[in-house]
Design a binder for this molecule. Structure first.
Ligand SMILES: [Ca+2]
Ligand SMILES: [Ca+2]
Ligand SMILES: [Ca+2]
Ligand SMILES: [Ca+2]
Length: 397
């Protein structure tokens, strides 16, 4: 008895801690501009990223112009002081003698210089951790709804002056992977070329096999040999044949695979953004997988036949797995108990209802339903040839 009480007390204490921790979390589910619970972002900059900053005083020699930053949120004016920088990325030097003002009602920041150098590109930086909204929430420069800290959440924008060009501007986002082949599919090729495509030009000295690993589900590592490369893609061939019936996991070491960005691009933006949510201190490695096999995973289709539902599989199934636990029907009032009749060489299941039904039906087939070769169901909306994945429970309609 005493023991049970103690366990309960410990559990309550733990729940208390968890709740406390949650209170400190910033609620990112709130809409923009709702104040305290919301991480502020930059709504837009004039000139827009990689656009020209136009001289607004043609009478005076040189470029006189103002960069305007729009916020959707009310910002803490004091927090902007000392946390707004412009770097001349052509020279690598910070720009001095900026006149920086904030209009709280307009929610606009003005960054003016009376003599911007021509033929140069610039990077505007609102320092994360420093710049906050009126409620003290830090700026979310990479716009992922999380406070990633400095420098990952710096709000960045570039521009250039007459004589320079958009492609002289540095990058303000990290590179990402836009495609992997084969990716989350089944292949019967035991020496499949593995192609990784990036959204931007990469430093090809980092596209080496040391930074790309292929490991089977049993843990054995397969050496990759580079067979081709373009500025934004790389192709590897496995040195030894892959084995049927195995999943293979491709891992790219995010921090080692780098962009070939213009000089003075912030170095933290060069590594791969593996999870597509901007850069962060603990960027995970990129991972994808595929199945090497000649045997396809079963798929299923459902038909409403009036007095019941009919489930048709595209191949012969293991009848032991075609049970009510794995195949269910629902109407508007909930679960409809029934009887299953297996027919057509174990490719069809007829589901007869044990009670009157109401309204439209929903059907479910668990990914635990297996083919006669033991392949689990590939039940996702567009089957990818691999069964038993977390999203492979089938729902109809
Ligand atoms: Ca001028
Ligand atoms: Ca963020
Ligand atoms: Ca990331
Ligand atoms: Ca699947």
């Amino acid at each position: 008895m005493k023991r049970v009480f103690l366990a309960t007390a410990i559990l309550l204490f733990m729940v208390g801690c968890l709740e406390k921790e949650n209170l400190l979390d910033v609620d990112t589910d709130l809409g923009l501009g709702t104040g305290a619970g919301n991480l502020p972002v930059v709504a837009g900059v004039v000139p827009a990223n990689a656009q020209q900053l136009i001289d607004d005083d043609p009478e005076t020699p040189g470029v006189q112009a103002t960069v305007i930053v729009n916020f959707p949120d009310y910002m803490d004016e004091v927090s902007l002081e000392g946390n707004v920088w412009v770097m001349n990325t052509t020279t690598g030097e910070d720009v001095t003698n900026l006149a920086i003002t904030y209009n709280p009602d307009a929610k606009k920041l003005y960054v003016r210089h009376m003599d911007w150098s021509e033929n140069n590109a610039y990077l505007l930086i609102l320092v994360s951790g420093g710049v906050k909204n009126r409620w003290g929430s830090p700026i979310d420069g990479n716009g992922n709804g999380k406070d990633d800290g400095c420098p990952y959440d710096d709000a960045l924008s570039t521009f250039y002056t007459a004589g320079s060009a958009p492609d002289s501007c540095v990058w303000i986002v990290p590179p990402i992977v836009t495609g992997v082949t084969p990716d989350t599919i089944r292949t019967a090729d035991t020496l499949p070329p593995i192609v990784v495509v990036f959204d931007a030009g990469m430093d090809t000295t980092t596209l080496v096999s040391d930074n790309f690993s292929l490991v089977s589900e049993t843990g054995s590592s397969i050496q990759l040999d580079r067979s081709g490369m373009t500025p934004n893609s790389v192709t590897f061939i496995p040195r030894s044949v892959l084995r049927f019936g195995n999943r293979y996991f491709l891992t790219i070491t995010s921090s080692n695979v780098k962009a070939d960005a213009p000089r003075n691009t912030p170095s933290y933006l060069l590594g791969l953004d593996a999870d597509f949510d901007g850069t962060e201190a603990d960027e995970p490695d990129f991972q994808s997988y595929f199945l090497c096999d000649t045997v396809s995973a079963p798929t299923v289709a459902v038909t409403d036949v009036g007095d019941g539902l009919q489930f048709d599989f595209d191949q012969r199934m293991d009848p032991v797995t075609l049970v009510l636990e794995n195949i269910r029907a629902f109407d508007e009032t909930g679960y409809v108990p029934g009887t299953l009749v297996i027919s057509n060489n174990n490719t069809r299941v007829e589901y007869y209802f044990s009670r009157p039904t109401q309204g439209t039906f929903t059907a479910f087939v668990s990914k635990q339903a297996k083919s006669r070769y033991g392949m689990m169901l590939d039940g996702q909306a567009t089957p990818n040839g691999i069964g038993g994945e977390p999203w492979d429970d089938f729902w109809w309609p």
